[in-house]
Design a protein around this ligand. Structure first.
Ligand SMILES: [Zn+2]
Length: 421
């Protein structure tokens, strides 16, 4: 078989395996695989078979992360981490997270027992989406030592704590420190579907992520006065829905006027919610993201001031609170350049981009050089059964991955930048 035909058949195998893993679900008719749920065991078993055949030694750490160690020629060689997450949202597709793990497995297979100057550890993170406990990144937090008592005691909707979930899966929470990154870890690389329409709109297969966007989530409550919709003249109203509506349109306009800024009011609730009553209260969420912390902060401040002005002019009061504030995380510049070069070697034009969504790479970047490669998402669709990936793009990702491994094997730079843990 020619190299191209070989890569294509490996890419088809990647997609077939992702579809196979999607059959391990908590729900009968759709994909849902949350942290340490029973189907996660089936998922582990299947991937363990592949990893073992590829020459890796497989363990499950105390946070439920699947870890496959593919040794180097030298016994004491440092290790490179390749991975993504194995959990899903409810009614998920087959590729978000899982694709990155399966690509890592198939990259090991593609080495055909060839040894590199570093070992490779494939990591299938147990939890990234935050579905079961309302807290994301439980798997990758364990690697950077951020699975603290507060998080271990957090409970799911059935009153089961993270700690108990770990025990119920047959794991030992007291062994969590052993899940942490070893200080001989060189870097972390993650392949992931883009989950957005940018690469598709540019007609490109692969993107090099240079930043994971800063993110703020807030809640705004406009407090007006309920009154009769028939007897209260327009100029004597304090309408909480109309005030919120004016602000929501301004949120959209503000984002349109700042390149790279995205701002979303994703949820509104009004009370009392009656056809013939002027609304007394409207609650609205706000989600603001940008690759620059400063631009995210100034946009968030401006939108807060605007809400105040609108409320004041209309005789309403306003409450606002921050629910989440996450700083932008830069990917490692050396790795991003290496990824660009590896993408070029496949004959594709690379695209440097910001990830609007959070990823495990953002957590690992706290301790080790980390970077991500995005694959084009057809239709920009994710977190939905219609989520897909093109076989050509997976083939390019595999090619890119092999180039990248060879580039890193021939570079002394990575050794210098190793673990800051
Ligand atoms: Zn994901």
């Amino acid at each position: 078989m020619s190299t191209a035909a070989n890569t294509r058949s490996r890419a088809e195998e990647v997609i077939a395996r992702c579809n196979k893993l999607a059959s391990f679900s908590e729900d009968a008719d759709s994909v849902r695989r949350t942290f340490l749920s029973p189907p996660m065991r089936d998922c582990h078993r299947e991937i363990t078979t592949w990893l073992t055949e590829a020459g890796a030694e497989v363990t499950v750490d105390a946070a439920g992360n699947l870890r496959g160690f593919y040794p180097s020629a030298q016994v004491s060689a440092p290790r490179l981490l390749l991975g993504s997450h194995l959990d899903t949202v409810p009614n998920a597709g087959a590729f978000d997270g899982i694709l990155g793990v399966v690509i890592a497995v198939v990259l090991l297979e593609s080495l055909e027992a060839r040894r590199l100057p570093f070992a490779i550890e494939v990591v299938g993170f147990s939890e990234e989406e935050g579905v079961r406990f309302g807290t994301p990144f439980i798997g990758s937090r364990a690697l950077v030592g951020r699975l603290d008592e507060e998080l271990l005691n957090r409970q799911d909707s059935n009153g089961v704590s993270v700690r108990t979930a770990i025990k119920n899966f047959g794991l030992n929470p007291s062994e969590l420190p052993r899940a942490m990154l070893r200080d001989d870890t060189l870097a972390y690389l993650e392949f992931h579907i883009e989950q957005g329409p940018v690469l598709e709109s540019l007609g490109r297969s692969l993107g090099a992520v240079e930043t994971i966007a800063a993110q703020t989530r807030m809640e705004f409550v406009f407090l007006g006065r309920a009154n009769h919709a028939g007897t209260t003249p327009m100029h004597l109203r304090h309408d909480a829905i109309a005030a919120a509506a004016e602000w929501i349109v301004a949120v959209e306009r503000t984002a349109n006027n700042h390149p790279g800024l995205v701002a979303t009011v994703g949820q509104i609730q009004a009370r009392p919610g009656v056809t013939n009553v002027i609304a007394a209260e409207t609650r609205a969420t706000l989600d603001v993201r940008h690759k620059s912390n400063e631009i995210r902060d100034s946009a968030t401040d401006a939108l807060g001031r605007l809400a105040n002005e609108i409320a004041e002019r209309r005789g309403l009061t306003l409450q606002q609170r921050v629910m989440l504030s996450q700083r932008a995380v830069a990917m490692d510049s050396f790795l991003v350049d290496q990824i660009q070069e590896a993408i070029r070697s496949t004959g594709c034009q690379p695209h440097r981009m910001t990830s609007g969504a959070g990823h495990d790479a953002m957590i690992l970047a706290e301790k080790i050089p980390s970077a991500m490669i995005f694959l084009r998402s057809p239709g920009g669709i994710s977190h939905d059964p219609a989520e897909s990936v093109e076989v050509e793009d997976v083939a390019k990702a595999l090619e890119c991955g092999l180039h990248l491994l060879d580039q890193l094997a021939n570079s002394s730079e990575l050794q210098k930048r190793k673990c800051r843990a």
